[in-house]
Design a protein around this ligand. Structure first.
Ligand code: ADP
Length: 204
């Protein structure tokens, strides 16, 4: 947890803005952060993409934050050590919170391997707005899928600190949604998340 120690500037005083947009919901939708965690090739981006289309078809305004995209921009100064991964997750959580406050349904697709960092992300975003979705696939299945050839490279020693190979993934213990991607099609995974969102709309 040490990476998450706050070191606030004593001279900073956040202005208490009148409205928390997440609460006043200007877009007539309940904002939410759908945080998809799982090892590489478990299906996060694929499911996030299909979920985004399905949520938009329901008339919701959405945004996707994908791990690979932020690594080319917002987080391009970061590597894959434990502390860099934690900082990567912290930045994504802060950006997701800003989008949440703008009223969006935010889909995050990020390996986010440590339970502590996911817990920290939840604390930044707020428990009532945070849905942890475990996109689950056994390592052997993910290695067989390997759409980007990353496992092959990691096994060959060409990529260090690769989650599942030489870097740990903490299995989520109580995710709000668990998707067994060996048993569920992409469409069924999307339906499972949509069901959760609908139930939450009825009973916030
Ligand atoms: P991640 O974002 O977790 O690294 P990707 O979505 O990039 O994973 O890759 C997952 C790969 O697995 C894709 O090629 C996808 O088509 C494939 N795949 C096969 N079956 C499934 C499934 N049931 N759910 C999600 N992805 C699946």
């Amino acid at each position: 947890m040490s990476h998450f120690a706050h070191s606030p500037n004593q001279n900073l005083h956040a202005f208490a803005f009148s409205h928390l947009r997440a609460e006043r919901s200007p877009l007539q939708q309940k904002p939410l952060v759908i945080w998809m965690t799982g090892i590489s090739a478990s299906g996060k981006s694929t499911i996030a993409d299909a979920l985004d289309i399905a949520l938009q078809a329901q008339g919701r305004l959405t945004s996707i934050i994908d791990g690979d995209s932020v690594r080319g921009g917002l987080c391009r100064d970061l590597g894959f050590t434990d502390s860099d991964r934690d900082e990567n997750i912290r930045r994504v959580a802060e950006v997701a919170r800003l989008m949440l406050e703008a009223g969006l349904v935010v889909i995050v697709a990020l390996i986010s391997p440590s339970a502590a960092s996911r817990h920290y992300a939840r604390s930044i975003i707020g428990n009532e707005f945070f849905v942890e979705v475990h996109v689950d696939a056994p390592l052997e299945t993910a290695e067989q899928r390997d759409p980007k050839g990353l496992y092959k490279k990691a096994r060959a020693g060409l990529i260090k600190h690769f989650t599942g190979i030489d870097s740990a993934y903490d299995l989520p213990v109580f995710p709000e949604v668990h998707l067994d991607t060996q048993a569920l099609s992409v469409e069924q995974s999307v339906e499972t998340i949509l069901d959760w969102v609908a139930r939450r709309d009825d009973h916030p």
